[in-house]
Design a protein around this ligand. Structure first.
Ligand SMILES: [Zn+2]
Ligand SMILES: [Zn+2]
Length: 379
């Protein structure tokens, strides 16, 4: 008896040690961006699958990976239609959200209930988010399904329009037009996974639709993006008042989004311009030259975004680097030198750069004017 008691307490000690030793801290990779026009920049993904349709992931894991990858908001949007649902699954399409919600609450991730209306092309696949009841969208006819979503106050957008189209060239079908004219279609995925769709980009601009960029992950996101090789996950940056569902919805309804994929930001110039300018700080825009002395302009990039710049005009007065990479969280010393000893007095110099990873229109990039005041003095 005594011996077995000792044995048991020994066993207890071993197990408690193992238990304590196994507790680990989790790490979140922060992706810091400055506020834009008084809005916070929320990192979001509105299109994700779980084992409840054709995904490979248990719903709470989507929350965990979102937190680790620096996201603030995710929507679980499993396929609603039968042909995508495994027959091992129960009939309740609200279950993925219900299972993930407690962990989202703990991690402070804003979790949105969604579903993917998955019909044959056209209309193809449509995401409905901010749902209250996913189950009621299980309708044969696409218009009935979308109407059920709209009746719940959902935001409906067209997923991967180029998918299954010859040459991935997106086609605006009568079905899209019907939804658009009813005011039910509010946005389009311009980026799905790692694919950028210039046609969808132009449609969003022309038709006043919201641009979205989603992972549409079926596997764990670490398998779909090479995160261990420095790549990042595709996401939609939402300019919102705060982290609430209402604020996210307000931003989506008012087209306040920026797309982030493969280290490129895509969005309207009115958002990208302040995002860039609020990311960087120029310590000394006024420089004094003595003869042809080399001087430095210090530019700090306080954001988590690497910016790639290339000059598009020359300067009569200065030699300067034509290529500039402002790495995240670093200060760059921009080397400048007068071209001639003959220049004298105070002069305004504008160096015009193209920011190669800030796209404002399909294949068109933002320009940035670096303004310097040079005081040219004799040696
Ligand atoms: Zn789809
Ligand atoms: Zn999908």
């Amino acid at each position: 008896m005594k011996k077995s008691k000792m044995y048991l307490s020994g066993l207890f000690l071993i197990f408690s040690f193992v238990f304590i030793a196994n507790i680990q801290s989790q790490i979140r990779n922060e992706f810091n961006l400055p506020d834009v026009m008084g809005y916070k920049v929320l990192k979001c993904d509105f299109h994700l699958h779980t084992i409840y349709s054709d995904g490979e992931v248990w719903p709470p894991l989507r929350v965990e990976e979102a937190w680790r990858q620096g996201l603030d908001v995710i929507a679980l949007s499993d396929h609603i239609d039968e042909n995508y649902i495994r027959n091992i699954m129960p009939e309740n399409r609200n279950l993925p959200y219900t299972l993930a919600e407690p962990l989202a609450e703990k991690y402070g991730i804003t979790l949105i209930k969604g579903g993917e209306i998955s019909k044959a092309d056209p209309p193809g696949h449509l995401n409905a988010i901010f749902l209250t009841d996913v189950e009621s969208l299980n309708k044969k006819n696409y218009q009935d399904a979308v109407k059920a979503a709209v009746d719940q106050g959902a935001f409906v957008f067209w997923n991967h329009p180029g998918w299954k189209q010859p040459g991935f060239k997106s086609v605006w079908y009568l079905e899209q037009d019907t939804l658009y004219k009813k005011g039910w279609l509010k946005g389009i995925e311009v980026i799905n996974g790692i694919y950028y769709d210039p046609i969808a980009h132009q449609w969003c601009i022309d038709k006043g639709l919201t641009m979205l960029a989603d992972a549409d992950a079926h596997l764990p996101t670490a398998y779909e993006f090479n995160l261990d090789r420095g790549e990042h996950r595709t996401m939609t940056l939402v300019l919102a008042k705060d982290y609430t569902i209402e604020a996210v919805k307000d931003a989506l309804l008012n087209q306040r989004t920026i797309l982030y994929y493969q280290n490129i930001l895509i969005g309207e110039k009115k958002y990208l311009s302040p995002l860039f300018e609020n990311s960087i700080l120029i310590k000394n825009p006024n420089v004094t030259f003595k003869g042809r002395s080399t001087e430095y302009i210090f530019i700090t990039n306080n954001s988590s975004m690497d910016y790639e710049l290339e000059s598009i005009t020359d300067s009569d007065l200065l030699r300067f680097p034509t290529k500039l990479k402002l790495y995240a969280g670093t200060t760059t010393a921009l080397e400048v030198r007068p071209k001639s000893r003959e220049t004298t007095g105070e002069r305004q110099i504008t160096l015009v750069y193209k920011v190669k990873n800030l796209m404002i229109l399909p294949e068109q990039f933002m320009t940035y004017e670096l303004k310097i005041k040079g005081d040219f003095q004799p040696k």
